[in-house]
Design a protein. Structure first.
Length: 145
């Protein structure tokens, strides 16, 4: 399995960075992961940068995290990921949201929560949920139903 995570802005909180790195390390035996960090800017420029980064991913399945997206349980996410037979790309915008063209690039708009989350918190939750989904699909004991 191949996973690419495209994010706007670096994680400034050392704890969050360490936890994200830990989850990505745990994913390592099951999937090759790549994180692409785009610079903070205006929503419009960030949108252009995301669309440009996604031009290389035309054959990939793209999840764009957005508050108006579909919500999944962890098991539903695992089942969805298991059905996709191509590279998975996950996109998290910057602190001021996503430009419409970035959202239009998605195969699936995904909402982590009805709550408003910081983009840094969204990144941590994404990494944890990716590990959880992979664990569910591989029968490890991480997820307790």
């Amino acid at each position: 399995m191949l996973i690419k995570i495209i994010v706007v802005g670096k994680l400034k909180d050392r704890f969050m960075q360490e936890k994200c790195d830990e989850y990505l390390k745990w994913i390592g035996p099951y999937a090759k992961t790549e994180v692409v960090t785009l610079p903070d800017s205006t929503v419009e420029k960030e949108g252009q940068a995301i669309v440009k980064a996604l031009e290389k991913e035309r054959n990939s399945y793209i999840f764009v995290l957005s508050e108006e997206g579909k919500q999944f349980t962890s098991v539903e996410l695992a089942q969805t990921m298991a059905k996709i037979d191509r590279k998975l790309v996950f996109v998290i915008g910057g602190p001021f949201g996503l430009a419409p063209e970035a959202k239009q690039s998605a195969n699936t708009l995904w909402s982590l929560s009805k709550l408003t989350l910081t983009h840094e918190m969204a990144r941590l939750l994404l990494c944890e949920q990716l590990f959880r989904a992979i664990s569910i699909n591989n029968g490890s004991g991480y997820h307790n139903p």
